[in-house]
Design a protein around this ligand. Structure first.
Ligand code: MG
Length: 434
């Protein structure tokens, strides 16, 4: 299929799912050197965090938080967008909001420092009108803002100049060095270009720096980038291979590695496997590769088996649809998005506040599986009550997506039941937890 035949909606979904799926693909070998593992061939789970196939890490959760904040940007709100973003990152950090297993199990150092400062200021009610907590030092140039970037180009694709500003602003909440801001701008221009149907040769042209339609011809002249970043823009990755290509946490090297995988492959799958098999920061190189490759190849080119295993798939599809709808008109939030998010929020709140917390070692631990089952019934009841308010012609699609979300929470509870019985059997054998 030529790149012009892929419709926009497939590209937007491809970008968001591409990010999440390649994050999940890479976490299997995260923090391992490339010569120390059996090459990844498909979604296999495991890795440092012992995740299930399709569960994503901080890259995916932060991208979803960013999307939620952007989509909530209605005209009557006085809260600055940067504050909304940090508030949602905080919910993820403290309560596992929008995570794939109900908790925040990994977080980058730079993000953690920025969030801790934000939380401390928020609790003292001393935050200013904006929440730019990123360190401006070049030493703090991790890949944590680039890894979550996709919602920016997906939402602002019709106004590339604004997209560039929003890309920098979203980075500044946690990562404010010029390396980070440059990489977020470049990647925004590439994803918008992919959405516009440009060929790989155009996107990765090393003689003329790529400009998507709508960005002024002199943009890269009047808005220069750091020399190290310019080398990547000029195609450094075309002539290099590992070990010169490094899946490190340094944003410029991560972007170079993702572009290396994109350039030296001819399908979504081939590039995704190249990206994650670099090891080290494999999930993030994957996420950064996936958000561009997904926009370029479209959702249908992501292997079906991978798409089916992606966690929170119904919620992610709703977010992708809403990003597309709002990129065309910022006037109203669709009923589908509103209801699906509302129901997700209710289930997530009950799960993280009651079920999840009570299975962890703490005073409120369940005493029996029966007690846990009572809460599970309560979760079903919350869901049934939420559905009562769903009316109108979109009902079928809302119910089907929310069914998927409920199923997701029930699968997490199954894990809890297992950990509960494991704890019990330990107790019976005399290995009681303290
Ligand atoms: Mg990660």
């Amino acid at each position: 299929m030529s790149s012009n035949e892929i419709n926009l909606s497939d590209r937007v979904s491809g970008s968001l799912f591409g990010l999440l799926i390649c994050d999940s693909l890479g976490t299997a070998v995260e923090c391992q050197t490339s010569d120390s593992f059996d090459p990844v061939k498909t979604l296999r789970g495991g890795g440092k965090f012992q995740l299930k196939p399709g569960q994503f890490t901080d890259d995916g959760s932060m991208a979803l938080c960013l999307a939620f904040a952007l989509l909530d940007d209605n005209d009557d709100s006085t809260t600055h967008q940067s504050v909304k973003q940090m508030n949602l990152y905080r919910r993820w950090y403290e309560n596992g909001y929008l995570s794939s297993n109900g908790e925040c199990f990994d977080i980058g150092i730079t993000v953690r420092i920025a969030l801790n400062k934000f939380i401390s200021d928020s609790d003292k009610q001393s935050i200013s009108s904006t929440a730019y907590y990123g360190n401006t030092s070049q030493k703090a140039s991790g890949n944590g803002s680039l890894m979550r970037l996709a919602p920016i180009p997906l939402l602002y694709r019709e106004n590339p100049l604004q997209a560039m500003i929003e890309a920098m602003n979203s980075s500044k909440t946690t990562h404010a060095s010029s390396f980070c801001l440059d990489c977020c701008r470049i990647y925004t221009s590439l994803i918008i270009g992919a959405l516009q149907g440009f060929s790989k040769n155009d996107l990765l042209n090393d003689e003329k720096l790529f400009l998507p339609n709508g960005l002024p011809d002199d943009y890269w002249i009047t808005n220069t980038v750091e020399t190290d970043v310019l080398k990547v823009m000029k195609g450094s990755y075309k002539h290099l291979n590992p070990p010169e290509i490094k899946a490190s946490g340094f944003v410029v090297e991560t972007m170079e590695a993702a572009l290396w995988a994109f350039y030296h492959s001819s399908s979504f799958e081939e590039g995704a496997l190249k990206a994650v098999n670099l090891g080290d920061d494999a999930d993030t190189v994957g996420a950064i590769y996936g958000m561009l490759a997904g926009a370029f190849y479209g959702i249908d080119q992501i292997p079906k088996e991978w798409r089916e295993k992606c966690y929170l798939t119904d919620l992610v599809q709703t977010v992708a649809d809403e990003l597309l709808a709002q990129s065309q008109s910022r006037t109203k939030v669709s009923m589908i998005y509103q209801k699906v998010v509302e129901i997700y929020d209710q289930l997530a709140k009950f799960y993280s506040g009651t079920i999840k917390r009570r299975t962890l070692p703490c005073p409120k631990q369940y005493k029996s599986v029966e007690e846990l089952n009572e809460d599970v019934e309560q979760l079903h009841l919350i869901y049934a009550n939420s559905l009562k308010s769903v009316i109108g012609e979109d009902k079928q699609i809302i119910v089907s997506r929310c069914d998927g979300i409920l199923k997701q929470f029930l699968s997490l509870i199954d894990d809890d039941k297992q950990s509960l019985s494991l704890k019990w059997s330990r107790n019976v054998k005399g290995f009681s937890m303290k």
